[in-house]
Design a protein around this ligand. Structure first.
Ligand code: ADP
Ligand code: MG
Length: 269
C-alpha cells in the first residue's frame, strides 16, 4: 500500500463510504460536461444522508460512482474498506452484490418473479442464504407480509418500492443507495417509504444515501448535501441543526483529512 492510499484509508476509517476528489466528464458532441468537478465526501455509519441539488448537478453520477455502478475519471472511492478505483468489472460486481443495496425510482423488480423471489434474488446470486428472522422482521415492518407471493404487476407502486426496500435491506448491505426513491410514488406512499428508510437507519443501523430533488424527502435525512454544477456547495447537519458551508466544513476534522489525502495523492501522481 503506498503512502497516498494509506493516508486515504486513515481518512476513510470513520466512514463507511468515502470519495476523494472525484472527477467525471461526459462528452456530448463537441461539449464537455463536468458531471463531477472534484467531489470529496465521507458518509458516516448509521446515518441518513440526502444528496440534493438541481437537475443535472451530478447527484446520480456521484451515487453511481460511489456505488460501483460507474467509474470516475479520477479520484478515489472507498466502500466499507474496499478501494473501488481500478477494480475490474467482475470485482465491482462482487462489491455491489456484497456491500450495496439499491433503491431506484422505477423499483427495478423482475416482473416474472414473486415479491419473495425478488427479495431473495440478490442473496441467491451471491451464494448467500436468506436470514429468515430478518426477513420476517422486514416484511412485518414494511407491511408486505401478505404480498409475498404476488408479482410486481399485482402490487401498487408503494408496495413495489417496499418490496425493493426489503430486497435492499435483506442483504444487510454496508450502504443503501437510493436514487429518487419516491419519484414515481404518490405523496402518501412516498412519505411511507421515507419513514421506512429513516426507520432502517434508526432501528437497524443501516447507512442510507438518498439522491432527491424533493425538499420534503430531504427533510427525513440527518444530513443534506447540496450539489451544483458537479460540486458540493452546502453540507447541512440536520440532526443537530448546525449548518456548515462547504468552505467552513473544509476546516473540520474529516474533511481536513480528505483534503490532506487528496494533496498526498496529487504529490504521489
Ligand atoms: P442529476 O442526477 O443531478 O440530475 P446527473 O448526475 O444525472 O445529474 O448528470 C450530471 C450531468 O452529466 C448532466 O449535465 C447530465 O446531462 C450529464 N450526464 C449524465 N449522464 C450522462 C451520460 N451518460 N452521457 C452524457 N452526459 C451525461
Ligand atoms: Mg439524477
Amino acid at each position: 500500500m503506498n503512502q497516498a492510499t494509506g493516508s486515504f484509508a486513515a481518512a476513510e476509517g470513520e466512514h463507511i463510504a468515502a470519495a476523494v476528489n472525484l472527477i467525471k466528464t461526459y462528452t456530448q458532441g463537441q461539449t464537455e460536461i463536468r458531471a463531477l468537478d472534484g467531489v470529496s465526501v465521507g458518509f458516516a455509519r448509521a446515518r441518513f444522508t440526502a444528496v440534493t441539488g438541481p437537475s443535472g448537478s451530478g447527484k446520480s453520477t456521484l451515487m453511481h460512482c460511489m456505488a460501483g455502478l460507474d467509474a470516475a475519471d479520477s479520484g478515489h472511492v472507498v466502500l466499507d474498506g474496499t478501494e473501488l478505483t481500478g477494480l475490474s468489472d467482475r470485482a465491482l460486481t462482487r462489491v455491489r452484490r456484497e456491500k450495496v443495496g439499491f433503491l431506484f425510482q422505477s423499483f427495478n423488480l423482475l416482473p416474472q418473479l414473486t415479491a419473495l423471489e425478488n427479495i431473495a434474488l440478490p442473496l441467491t446470486m451471491a451464494g448467500r442464504s436468506l436470514d429468515h428472522d430478518l426477513l420476517d422482521h422486514l416484511v412485518g415492518v414494511l407491511g408486505i407480509g401478505d404480498r409475498m407471493s404476488h408479482r410486481p404487476g399485482e402490487l401498487s407502486g408503494g408496495q413495489q418500492q417496499r418490496v425493493a426496500l426489503a430486497r435492499a435491506l435483506a442483504a444487510r448491505p454496508a450502504v443503501v443507495f437510493a436514487d429518487e426513491p419516491t419519484g414515481s410514488l404518490d405523496s402518501r406512499s412516498g412519505t411511507e417509504v421515507l419513514e421506512l428508510l429513516r426507520r432502517s437507519v434508526r432501528d437497524l443501523g443501516q447507512t442510507v444515501v438518498m439522491v432527491t430533488h424533493d425538499p420534503h424527502a430531504s427533510a427525513y435525512a440527518d444530513r443534506v448535501l447540496v450539489l451544483a454544477d458537479g460540486r458540493i456547495v452546502d453540507d447541512v447537519d440536520v440532526s443537530t441543526d448546525s449548518t456548515s458551508s462547504a468552505a467552513s466544513a473544509a476546516s473540520t476534522g474529516y474533511r481536513a483529512d480528505v483534503i490532506r489525502g487528496t494533496r498526498t495523492v496529487r504529490r504521489a501522481g
